[in-house]
Design a protein around this ligand. Structure first.
Ligand code: ATP
Ligand code: MG
Length: 221
């Protein structure tokens, strides 16, 4: 299969409690840099490795939909909130691979803070057979290829997978790691929830439409 026959799509998993401009700007820049056809946002129903989210799954999905509605390349995928039990990314990746077929390359977007915990994921080694990882820095969480801050078994698994050019992502269906240069925005959902609970402004951290929805439904108070 020639490289041009591949199409690349982004998968952005997260708790999105709530989705904010940190997520959205990263997604926009990655779509542009890697030339992704689409970016699928997949809110976790019952996230693994973290406490139960504050907002319900339905609210979190609705907020994602409101946040992305004007961007034709951004798509909400509710498979994890519709699935029973704990949301494992590997299950979604398997399903998506099946649905899209061999000509589509899945690019899983992940912050450096989440990537360093990858070896705690369910069937984490299998994920390399399903997707590439597009890793983004966050303030306080930078990453350089093969960084020794990675747990040793993750470091070993990753050692031959790093690529430094976007074009390399089209040379293979899966299993590569690319650190995407993106604008670092020091925004987290934790801070947003805390600010709302304290009666402080979160304007310009989330979109106005998202803020209206959160207020109307009295979430995070
Ligand atoms: P919380 O504080 O509740 O953990 P969060 O802001 O980290 O929320 P998540 O839903 O946990 O948001 O993150 C989903 C994914 O987006 C993760 O891979 C995370 O690293 C990444 N991410 C979140 N915020 C940013 C940001 N400001 N810049 C880059 N990546 C981010
Ligand atoms: Mg987080």
């Amino acid at each position: 299969m020639s490289k041009s026959e591949f199409s690349l799509i982004g998968i952005f998993g997260g708790t999105f409690d709530p989705i904010h401009y940190g997520h959205l700007r990263v997604a926009e820049e990655i779509v542009e840099t890697i030339d992704l056809q689409k970016m699928y946002f997949i809110p976790a129903g019952n996230p693994w490795l973290r406490p139960v989210p504050i907002a319900s799954s339905q609210h979190r999905a609705e907020i994602v939909q409101i946040a992305i509605q004007d961007n034709p390349r951004f798509i909400l995928d509710k498979r994890e909130i519709n699935r029973e039990g704990i949301s494992y990314s590997v299950d979604s990746l398997r399903e998506l691979k099946q649905e899209f077929g061999k000509k589509t390359v899945l690019c899983f977007v992940i912050g450096a803070d989440a990537f360093i915990k990858l070896a705690k994921w369910n069937n984490w080694r299998e994920t390399f057979n399903l997707c590439h990882f597009i890793i983004v820095a966050r303030p306080g969480h930078q990453l350089i290829s093969n960084h020794d801050m990675l747990p040793i078994k993750l470091q070993e698994e990753c050692s031959k997978r790093w690529v430094s050019s976007v074009s390399s992502l089209r040379s293979s269906n899966n299993g590569l790691l690319f650190i995407a240069p993106t604008t670092m925005l020091d925004i987290s959902a934790t801070t947003i929830r805390a600010r709302i609970a304290a009666g402080e402004s979160v304007r310009y951290l989330v979109s106005d439409a998202v803020l209206r929805y959160i207020k109307a439904n009295q979430i995070y108070l």
